[in-house]
Design a protein around this ligand. Sequence first.
Ligand SMILES: Cc1ncc(COP(=O)(O)O)c(C=O)c1O
Length: 318
Amino acid sequence: MDPDIERRIGARSFARLLGEWRPPGGRGLADALADRVRLLVLDGRLPLRTRVPAERELAAALDVSRTTVATAYDALRASGVLHSRRGAGSWTRLPADRAEGGTAQPFSPHGSGAHYDLAHAAPAAPSTHLRAAAAGAVHDLDAHLGGHGYDLLGMPALRAALAERFTARGLPTTPDQVMVTAGGQNAIALAATALTRPGDRVLVEHPTYPNALVAFANRGARAVPVPMLTADDGTGRWDLDLLASTIRDAAPRLLYLIPDHQNPTGGLLDAAGRERLIGLARRTGTPLVVDETLAELTLDGPRMAPVARTGRPTRRSC
Ligand SMILES: Cc1ncc(COP(=O)(O)O)c(C=O)c1O
């Protein structure tokens, strides 16, 4: 195999990964196909240096003309997402690879030419709100200076506020169930330390939040990836059958999942999926670490209650 190629994907697997990519009305097929492949490469669902199927094979698997696939592949080559060499086929890569060759082109997940920095999707901090919050905190400072300041699990007032927030989201929570950490990354590292030992397997989505993988690797645990599929709107979709069989086969010590606006695929696990996930964790006795860092990012669409709410009686039925 060509040294630039690390793996290959068959036409049927590729078709499955693409999900329902066809635009309504069936027009602009090649553009829609190229857009979907570009999205999957940029968010990591289709790994770099993967050899994609030959045009004829993919056309057959997708039931489209070979011209459609050829046009899509041409567009992907032009935007730097695909590279081809005679005799070796075509494989995925990041447009930035071309920058190393000195011919960088702006790119975007939708091919519009606008330039996004996908390495750090962190906009500038909202200074007005931050200043107001910091000023408020300074104003309240005196109330906290009288004590010893050693609150191992976090400031009581903050724990109470967080508990209220979970309660408002549908999961009745008391302050003593809350521990304040220095952010999500710190919480993942603590969970890794508390719940795994070196050599343990941890089931993760693929792709997932990279720093979580670092936390598990630092603990000496081994990640067992379950590939994300693609929903009709291009966001990630969980293959719960595969998840179930992987739990059965790999017997992981821990499940680490991001069911809310999954990083990086944006997927949102629906209520039925949450039920199934909780059922799987319970039946197999596998601790489930749910990363809710992004749970409150919902701009529109359903706002999901915390996964821990799933399967519990509602307050009315208590
Ligand atoms: C899914 C996920 N978990 C955890 C984190 C880390 O959160 P924090 O910045 O609070 O450490 C991030 C940050 O982007 C994230 O996307």
